[in-house]
Design a protein around this ligand. Structure first.
Ligand SMILES: [Zn+2]
Length: 252
């Protein structure tokens, strides 16, 4: 489910900093140690509390004594991977390497999702905000929030980034058109879902079966979650209403 795996970003210099903790695989930690050439790792900044970004924190804390660990708090989740977590919040500036980054809260994919912005180079460390050649999964039943995600994309477009260094997939150069396509794609999906609800296709299962026809079972679970995320947004926009498992149009 993570495509070709996931990236962590090591910023060397005066304050060696790792962005995302990975999964604690010994080979990953060995290659970080090698790149540090004997310098101690100063800190780890985690983009969000999904296992592929955070679960390596305990192993890193053990192998890199003295490293500090930062993320935006998500109290129900953060205990899962114990490390001496310190809080980050929107707008914080963090000294990293030989420069500094600004914390940008970008909820949607996860409520605690952060990106890290380097103003001088207009580069965004994007976590799971954007994946080249793919859309981003919004898990409705696991604290995903599509309206928040759309607002986060708009917030990042306003920064006018020239590149995004993501946690999955290749570097996204000239990301604004990619982000705009995400918004367009979400808008089109929303219209398709509204049309189906209008025609009496009223459950996430039935809607996903039409929109994502032919997916494997594992991917269909995600497709249903995406449809659920859309329906929750549409309900908040007062365009549909939920009765038990079915969703209905709100008559004007
Ligand atoms: Zn994630």
């Amino acid at each position: 489910m993570t495509g070709g795996g996931n990236w962590t970003w090591l910023l060397t210099g005066r304050i060696p900093t790792l962005i995302d903790a990975g999964t604690g695989h010994p080979r990953h930690i060995d290659s970080i140690a090698e790149a540090l050439k004997g310098q101690p790792l100063a800190q780890v900044l985690v983009t969000h509390a999904h296992s592929d970004h955070m679960s390596g924190a305990p192993a890193l804390a053990e192998r890199m004594p003295g490293a500090r660990f930062f993320k935006m708090p998500w109290p129900e989740r953060d205990d899962r991977w114990p490390a001496p977590w310190e809080p980050l919040a929107e707008g914080d500036r963090v000294d990293v390497g030989d420069t500094s980054l600004t914390v940008v809260h970008t909820p949607g994919h996860a409520p605690d999702h952060l990106c890290f912005w380097h103003d001088e180079s207009r580069t965004l460390f994007g976590g799971d905000l954007a994946i080249k050649g793919s859309t981003v999964y919004i898990p409705a039943a696991y604290h995903g929030d599509l309206a928040a995600y759309i607002a986060s994309i708009e917030k990042v477009i306003a920064l006018e980034p020239v590149r995004i260094l993501p946690a999955h997939g290749t570097v996204i150069h000239d990301p604004v058109p990619v982000l705009r396509r995400y918004l367009l794609h979400r808008h089109e999906r929303e219209e398709q879902i509204l049309d189906l609800v209008k025609q009496g296709v009223e459950t996430p299962d039935a809607i996903a079966a039409v929109l994502y026809h032919g997916l494997s079972d594992a991917l269909m679970i995600r497709a249903r979650e995406m449809v659920g995320a859309h329906l929750i947004k549409l309900e908040r926009d007062s365009r549909v209403i939920r009765r038990d498992e079915a969703w209905h149009m709100i008559k004007p």
